[in-house]
Design a protein around this ligand. Structure first.
Ligand code: NAG
Ligand code: NAG
Ligand code: NAG
Length: 553
């Protein structure tokens, strides 16, 4: 009897071993993680493992809650060949009135692994996508280019956006920052699981562009980020940008309630309960009511300082105070901007309106005091209308003097956007980090206009010179569908240099960072701001005075 059972066992074992042997050819595609086995895809020169859940679907009772780690056990092999879905969003770059796209169940990571017979494991670049905390997705920062270089593994992250990711009543009951909590859980997933794919968990570089860059900085403001990341880069976006951490969230949360039919809610518990019962598409479509004109302000829902009693709070202090306390992750960090970063969102002012036949910038002459507080995000940070108006008047005076808003003065208006939304806060952040932190702080400015970029897209015109706008550098690292053009020879070199920069930073044994032939200078311990200038002709280390910036900030 026992013998028969033994025999059957042996035969089963033999069959299993045989089966295992027969799948050997696809072994790199079959990966085992604690949830079970998943099957990726062979794309010729790289493998992909897409849409792997890292959190339980944030739907039903879990909407407006911190994400729960994904616990399901797969009985069958998980099919990891499906493109990651977009989180539900009201997307600025969809033309027409209906800008709704995406699904609510979207919390996944995707892993892209180059084929390279000369190495078994790879350093890891984890990318947090941009899109103003309101829109975008992993596939809008495509992986093909990085895979072609063949030296790093790329992991992309989907996180909740807009009202579903960031609605906050300012108290413990609807505390907000759900999208940031998603990112954090995804980063932990990468740390725990990436070795199963051939990634090096001790060499994880976390990067992001725009709202993704600000997200990277915010993640870094939690000390435990150093257990996940070896280094970090914030491209054209950091936590001190005025569009990142905003006030007035409570008012917007209840306004959101009124718009979707939760107007009877007087307290946040009732509000959250009611919002959970509404279709996600109604909640996200309500974004249009928060836009004053066009897609302004571009971040009506974004990160907040949470109430100290909020369970699982992400941050309970303003980033400046966190940095001053010195209690943030000590990992080497680079922060960047482009010389005309403010082309986002300035360029939309050059769009000719069908209704009036003129550019929006002309309307600024009459609407400046109404619109400026939304364009530059001080509507909710000042207490009186007089303060707001005084500031608006000063801004206009500083950048335009007595000139009118017109296509001719566009360049100065764009400069205002660059300074206020991107550049000034790079200098402030570098200055604060060098004073209160220990880990290296690097910075670069990129000046080399793309032939097609955000400026042309937003203005829908090609007759204007925008300079080097938001994304002109990062869109050389990733494949970005809406600016997909043939790269010039200089851009091909820069693209390769950038991807090498990522690889070396992820691998660096001594926290150093380099681009091309240039080694970045550390700002910690430096009396002057150390800024690498990257142009078409190469790179050069420059020194600036930390205090040179708009006198108004
Ligand atoms: C996995 O999903 C892809 C895309 O939906 C599909 O084409 C393929 O047949 C699936 N594979 C398996 C083994 O189910
Ligand atoms: C593969 O890895 C080696 C060693 O890191 C590197 O020199 C080479 O450029 C890589 N790329 C490809 C496509 O083989
Ligand atoms: C840091 O490491 C790199 C790569 O190994 C090396 O080239 C460089 O000289 C080192 N720098 C310092 C300051 O030790």
């Amino acid at each position: 009897m026992y013998l028969v059972r033994w025999l059957i066992c042996l035969i089963q074992l033999w069959i299993q071993l045989g089966a295992a042997a027969s799948v050997t050819p696809i072994a790199p595609l079959l990966v085992k993680i604690p949830n079970g086995k998943l099957l990726g895809r062979d794309n010729g020169h790289y493998y992909s493992f897409e849409s792997i859940p890292y959190a339980e679907p944030p739907t039903g009772e879990l909407r407006f809650e911190a994400p729960r780690p994904y616990k399901q056990q797969w009985t069958d092999t998980f099919n990891a060949t499906q493109e990651p879905a977009l989180c539900m969003q009201w997307n600025q770059f969809i033309n027409g009135d209906n800008k709704l796209i995406g699904v609510e169940d979207c919390l996944t990571v995707s892993v892209y692994k180059p084929k390279n017979s000369s190495r078994n494991t790879f350093p890891v670049v984890a990318n947090i996508h941009g899109g103003a905390f309101m829109f975008g997705g992993p596939r809008q920062y495509g992986h093909e280019n990085i895979m072609r270089e063949g030296n790093v593994m790329l992991v992309t992250i989907g996180y909740r956006l807009g009202p579903l990711g960031f609605a906050s009543s300012g108290d413990a009951d609807l505390s907000g920052n759900f999208g940031l909590k998603d990112q954090r859980l995804a980063l932990l997933w990468i740390k725990q699981n990436i070795a199963s794919f051939g990634g090096e968990p001790e060499n994880i570089l976390v990067i992001g562009h725009s709202a993704g860059g600000a997200s990277v900085h915010l993640q870094m403001l939690r000390e435990d980020f150093s257990q996940v990341a070896k280094a970090a880069i914030s491209f054209s976006g950091n936590a001190l940008d005025p569009w990142v951490v905003q006030q007035g969230g409570r008012g917007r949360a209840f306004e959101l309630g009124r718009i979707v039919g939760c107007g009877q809610a007087r307290d946040s518990v009732t509000l959250k309960k009611c919002l959970k019962s509404k279709p996600a598409s109604e909640i996200v479509s309500a974004v249009r009511s928060f836009l004053v004109f066009s897609y302004v302000p571009f971040t009506p829902f974004g990160p907040v300082v949470e109430s100290p009693d909020a369970p699982e709070a992400f941050i309970t202090q303003h980033p400046i105070d966190i940095i001053k306390s010195g209690k943030f992750a000590q990992v080497p960090w680079a922060v960047t901007y482009t010389s005309e970063d403010g082309g986002y969102n300035a360029a939309l002012l050059l769009d000719k309106q069908a209704s009036t036949g003129r550019e929006l910038i002309v309307d600024l002459n009459d609407r400046w005091f109404d619109w400026a507080p939304y364009l530059f995000f001080y509507r909710d940070s000042m207490t009186t209308i007089k303060d707001i108006d005084d500031y608006s008047r000063k801004l206009r005076q500083e950048y335009l003097g007595d000139r009118r808003f017109s296509v001719e003065s566009y360049w100065d208006v764009q400069r205002m956007f660059t300074d206020l939304l991107f550049k000034n806060s790079v200098q402030t952040a570098v200055d604060l980090h060098r004073k209160y932190g220990k880990s290296p702080v690097y910075a670069y400015v990129y000046d080399n206009p793309a032939d097609l970029g955000v400026g042309q897209i937003l203005s829908r015109r090609s007759d204007v010179h925008f300079g080097t706008v938001h994304g002109d550098d990062v869109f050389l690292i990733f494949n970005v569908p809406f600016v997909q053009v043939n790269r010039r020879p200089d851009e091909q070199i820069i693209s390769r240099n950038f991807i090498k920069m990522l690889e070396y930073f992820a691998l660096s044994p001594n926290d150093s960072m380099s681009y091309g032939d240039c080694v970045f200078h550390n700002n910690v311990g430096s009396k002057q701001m150390q800024l690498l200038s990257i142009t078409r002709d190469g790179c050069e280390n420059k020194q600036l005075d930390y205090s040179i910036k708009s006198s108004l900030i």
